[in-house]
Design a protein around this ligand. Structure first.
Ligand code: BF8
Ligand code: SF4
Length: 672
């Protein structure tokens, strides 16, 4: 009998409620947000916390995914177990309706990520053509590496020429007509994953084409086969991964590979003596320019009596700037309104995604100027300045000037900045991690990580990602799971608003290693520090690998580990967790994590409980076919145990298979 049995893929979630204390508006564990919430309550200002409570209880049909609005004969709801009420008007049953709704979420997430990446791609392309003079190739090293991955020649060629070829490949990945796999996706898969995707017929042919196909497949009267629908969704999730990969790689080429950098986080980074500009959204193409323009215009701010200009980040554009420029991360998704409520935020510059329409509504009470910049993202009442690659620096300067003007209208009586800020170290690209490992073993850097797992010093790697979702208190699940994992010697890499939670609460600092890491993890991190005396920042408890699109970095990491271990991904002791998943993007990411072969915890229940069949596919059949599976668990303590169980099972099995292969001089068994 095996010592461990991984039961997570057959387990139902614990009976923890889907929404805890639904009528309690105190829904955060972030002290900065809680302090602002008091101000909001005193001044009778409505926030996301009030609106969450007002929505309770949320629609039971929606929760289960059994409401269909795909055609206007509907909305149809599956109301009974049997008879005409058990189907929609067209006869669609629960499994079809649940599957279609889920797949449309994946298509939405894929469209979102790829639209972001397309913007980075357009900028790179415009730069190559000499039409985006404010941008340059900051990392020729990354460009060359990417070119060689894609089979683009670099010999005796100018960097711009190389980038031109790379952008053309990326464009054809978005909209190719030929029947070929996506070049960016294909460039980093293990051979076994590539074959698995071919055999299961989920290799996407183009990103845009896949999104369109999914919308068509899920339209009224098209696909009603739940398995075919879900496999369509899996294909969509791989298109999502390809889109992310393009975004991450090209952002690194244009703005530099992130390197360890010191910064601070939480609302206390807003400075009452300076002009404060928050960049909020996802796209570094805009925010990098705002940072550059602010550096140039410090003098203008001094003319209006400020000490200078302070750029702070919110959500993923905050993550992008944090890891490349050391820009302070003011706050994360659920507390975005709180930045305005400090009364000291002069402008909020927006690009796309995760931006509450409420931020503009709040400016009725505060002087903050809200400015939108992208054609697909406008807000009634907000100013719009179209941001173009051709005129990027002038546009960014205009945005900064708006903030400087707004500074003059500040009401000192309304200023209330929480005294909450924490030091952190961010900026861990795969290149940086490899570099750090190479100081221990220069021939096989990744073996430093995999050996530590094989000899039991650490239990494995968990990639913590995803949003805030107020079904539980903001950040609580991220933090509870993290603490349990690191106490049990798991190496954690983090992205998005999960990274935001750790940054805001002081967990992303070298000091947190002593406070929270188990002995094995502590000794591993200290060993890396000792081998890297040139790293003046020290190493943090959690390795921040970026924004949500940078979940692709995690996939690079797991591929490198798989290669080092000579196995496919489902055998690598690596798991993913989105403790507070919220956005459609998170559904797409979670799905590709499972498809790539990872145990993937999700802490907010997606809308699939209306069909046992779909639930079973996500949690069991996925495991049989791809080696990855969803672990739906709302209770963070229980979730942490399930994730640990999945890691232990993998390393236990891997050790046995490695041992057997050595003993009998055979290949490592590839089963999972
Ligand atoms: O893209 S983690 S709430 S900000 S969707 Fe949004 Fe979720 Fe935050 Fe980053 Ni990602
Ligand atoms: Fe109802 Fe079918 Fe139309 Fe959906 S597609 S709304 S189930 S009739």
């Amino acid at each position: 009998m095996p010592r461990y049995r991984d039961l997570t893929h057959t387990a139902r979630p614990s009976d923890a409620p889907r929404v805890i204390e639904p009528k309690n508006p105190l829904r955060s564990v972030d002290p900065g947000a809680l302090e602002m919430l008091k101000v909001a309550q005193e001044q009778n200002i409505e926030t996301v916390f009030d609106r969450f409570v007002a929505q309770q209880p949320q629609c039971g049909f929606g929760y289960k995914g059994i409401c269909c609005r795909i055609c206007i004969a509907g909305p149809c709801r599956v109301k009974t177990e049997e008879g005409p009420g058990s189907k929609g008007i067209c006869g669609a049953t629960a499994f079809t309706i649940v599957a279609r709704n889920l797949v449309r979420m994946i298509a939405g997430g894929t469209a979102s990520h790829s639209e972001h990446s397309r913007h980075v791609l357009h900028t790179a392309h415009a730069m190559v053509d000499g039409e985006a003079p404010s941008y340059s190739i900051k990392s020729p090293e990354k460009l060359h590496k990417l070119a060689s991955q894609l089979g683009v020649s670099t010999i005796n060629r100018e960097d711009r020429e190389i980038l031109k070829d790379v952008t053309e490949i990326a464009y054809s990945d978005f909209g190719r007509y030929q029947d070929r796999p996506l070049a960016f996706l294909d460039s980093f898969l293990t051979e076994q994953r590539r074959k698995k995707f071919q055999h299961t017929n989920i290799t996407p042919r183009s990103i845009d084409g896949t999104v369109t196909e999914l919308i068509a497949q899920t339209a009224m009267g098209v696909d009603s086969d739940p398995v075919n629908l879900i496999f369509g969704g899996l294909k969509g999730s791989l298109a999502d991964l390809a889109g992310e990969y393009i975004g991450t790689k090209l952002s690194d080429v244009l703005f530099g590979i992130p390197e360890p950098i010191v910064s601070e986080s939480n609302l206390g980074v807003i400075n009452s003596k300076m002009v404060n500009i928050a960049v909020h959204g996802h796209n570094p193409v805009l925010s990098e320019m705002v940072v550059a323009a602010a550096r140039q215009l410090q003098g203008e701010a001094q003319k209006v009596g400020a000490e200078g200009i302070n750029i702070v980040g919110i959500c993923c554009t905050g993550n992008e700037l944090l890891m490349r420029e050391g820009v302070y991360l003011a706050t994360s998704s659920a507390s975005q309104e709180m930045a305005i409520m400090t009364g000291a935020l002069d402008a909020m510059v927006l690009d796309i995604q995760c931006i509450y329409p409420a931020v503009q509504q709040l400016t009725e009470c505060f002087h903050t100027k809200v400015v939108t910049t992208e054609g697909i993202m406008k807000m009634p009442g907000a100013q719009h300045i179209a941001f173009n690659a051709e005129t990027a620096m002038e546009d960014a300067q205009k945005l900064v000037q708006i903030a400087i003007e707004a500074y003059k209208n500040r009401d000192p009586k309304k200023i209330s900045i929480p005294n909450e800020r924490h030091n952190l170290v961010a900026g861990f690209s795969i290149e940086t991690l490899t570099d750090i490992f190479s100081k221990v073993n220069s021939d096989r850097p990744m073996s430093v990580l995999t050996d530590a797992i094989m000899n039991g010093q650490i239990k494995g790697v968990v990639q913590m990602a995803g949003c805030n979702n107020l079904k539980r208190p903001q950040d609580e699940s991220h933090v509870v799971i993290l603490k349990e994992l690191v106490k049990n010697d798991v190496l954690v890499v983090a992205t998005g608003c999960s990274a935001g939670a750790f940054a805001k609460l002081g967990l992303m600092s070298p000091l947190a290693v002593d406070a929270y890491a188990g002995e094995g993890l502590k000794s591993f991190i200290r060993m890396l520090e000792d081998a890297n005396p040139q790293l003046t920042t020290g190493l943090p408890l959690i390795f921040h690998i970026g924004a949500c699109v940078d979940n692709s970095r995690g996939m690079d990491l797991v591929m490198a580990m798989a290669e080092e271990l000579e196995v496919d991904v489902p055998k690598v002791p690596f798991a993913a967790s989105a403790p507070e998943a919220m956005h459609e993007k998170a559904v797409a990411i979670g799905t590709y994590c499972v498809t790539m072969g990872l145990p993937t915890h999700v802490g907010s229940m997606p809308f699939l409980e209306g069909s046992d069949l779909i639930y079973g596919i996500a949690t069991q059949i996925a495991h049989d076919v791809f080696g990855g599976n969803f672990i739906f668990e709302m209770d963070p303590q229980v979730a942490a145990q399930k994730i640990l169980g999945a890691l232990e099972y993998r390393s236990w099995k891997l050790k046995i298979h490695k041992h057997a292969a050595e003993k009998f001089n055979t290949e490592i068994a590839q089963g999972w």
